[in-house]
Design a protein around this ligand. Structure first.
Ligand SMILES: Nc1ncnc2c1ncn2[C@@H]1O[C@H](COP(=O)(O)OP(=O)(O)OP(=O)(O)O)[C@@H](O)[C@H]1O
Length: 250
């Protein structure tokens, strides 16, 4: 996926001022920057989920199309299919009244049009892939019967249900206990390698970034001020803003 010169305006206020990011197969691209810099808005734009009243210019190219120009119906097929998402808080992204299995299979049946039995076996396979112990049993359980870390693994399984090529992960570990954060990051990294996913990892946490990202872009006030390989950006940053973020680390 290639985002070029993305500008987003909401009611006359310019939120993104020409953002360019390229996501590649099997690579994690980290998007860093302080609160309000436009990280989330960039991720939402990639999903075709801009807030009501937003206008966007530039291009978000994926599989030969510009997602910015797609009609809503086409965009719905892309979202959750070719491009999937994981958000900060699994407690709000999972439906409390539906079993884990139902949440994964409904998604597959809706997007892929496959039968019940096939969906079930794929769902159990996915639960194994995100390292949920006892996948067959977990299939029939409800989200509240799992810990926060396990719930985020379930949200990742749902995101992967339709074999996406691109995964947008917005602060996927921020709501979790420090003790389980590393496990989720390791999982994202291994899924990216194993499935050849192109991942956009949005996080304000440079520690998270240094653990998994291949490339890092740093945002400030709706613009990317620095972008490059992780080691370069985090060890020998060119931009004073990146240096100030690194100096602010505990
Ligand atoms: N629905 C909306 N309507 C109007 N402005 C919005 C809306 N959502 C976000 N903004 C504004 O867009 C700017 C960028 O927000 P965004 O959420 O992308 O930042 P962020 O870098 O992800 O920060 P955070 O880490 O706090 O989520 C902010 O100034 C915010 O106030």
């Amino acid at each position: 996926m290639k985002i070029t010169d993305l500008e987003v305006d909401i009611r006359g206020r310019q939120i993104l001022k020409g953002v360019s990011v390229e996501l590649a197969e099997g690579r994690v691209h980290g998007l860093a920057g302080e609160s309000g810099s436009g990280k989330t808005m960039t991720g939402l734009a990639a999903l075709g989920l801009l807030p009501h009243g937003a206008t966007a210019t530039g291009a978000i190219e994926h599989n030969g199309r510009n997602l910015l120009g797609l009609p809503a119906k086409e965009l719905n097929k892309v979202r959750g299919g070719e491009v999937a998402m994981v958000f900060q808080d699994p407690a709000t992204s999972l439906h409390p009244m539906l079993t884990v299995g139902r949440q994964i299979t409904e998604h597959m049946r809706h997007h892929l049009g496959i039968g019940k039995a096939e969906a079930r076996s794929r769902a159990e396979e996915l639960l194994g892939k995100v390292r949920i112990p006892g996948a067959a049993e977990a299939f029939g359980r409800y989200p509240h019967q799992f810990s926060g870390g396990m719930r985020q693994r379930i949200a990742i399984a749902i995101a992967l249900a339709c074999s996406p090529q691109v995964l947008i992960a917005d602060e996927p570990t921020t709501a979790l206990d420090v003790t389980v954060q590393a496990g989720i990051l390791r999982l994202l990294r291994s899924l990216c390698d194993e499935l050849g996913l192109a991942v956009l990892l949005v996080t304000h946490d440079l520690g998270v970034m240094s653990a998994v990202a291949d490339e890092v872009s740093v945002m400030k006030d709706g613009l990317i001020v620095e972008s490059g390989p992780r080691a370069h950006v985090l060890r020998t940053p060119d931009h004073p803003y990146t240096r100030s973020l690194l100096e602010a680390l505990p």
